[in-house]
Design a protein around this ligand. Sequence first.
Ligand code: SF4
Length: 220
Amino acid sequence: MPDSVNVFEESRQASRRLLGQTIVKAMSAKGFIAEYVDTKEQAMDAVLRIIPEGASVGIPGSVTIREIGAFEKLRERGCAIFHHWDPSFTPEQRKQAWKDEASSDYFLTSSNGVTHDGMLVNIDGNGNRVGAMAWADNPIIYVVGVNKASRDIQSALDRIRDHATPPNALRLHVDTPCSKVGHCVDCDASTRVCRAVLILERPTMGRKTHVIIVGEDLGY
Ligand code: SF4
């Protein structure tokens, strides 16, 4: 009799692969340069195939990019990394870091959500990340775990607000209502981090837009 735990895990992984491949097919048809990989290690390898040695890389706030070990691997190959997640930064230094991220040779990020039919959905508080996603003249690379897949745009927005924002607010010690109850209450708080929504139906005109869908849980 097969080991039931292995059977459960194998079927779960097979289902994730199917979903990831379905999304990649839809994204490719929309003009994204999309690929599917099973693991975060393979995702990092895919990133390193795109970013050449010595290139500068802008990395906005992203748990996923840190989880795949991008900082360590990119530094090993001599890449300069610009990012604003340095607690010692003054507000002015943080604003400069946002600009440096957007003007790097490559912009490496995740997406808050991806729909089954291949659209990227993001919500921002400051707008620096969605601004750079919407326009910059550098190639952009998204690394997205299948845990962020949703049926359509509305369910992607709901997932982001109900399941991604509360743990993110807790991680960043931002005093939002969702961080008290564990789900979105569509608040009107001054601390509200849901302020700017970007839906990428296609890559923006002329911009190389890579998407690596990963068959693992990454980020929130
Ligand atoms: S709208 Fe407010 S309560 Fe809802 S997820 Fe955003 S910050 Fe949290």
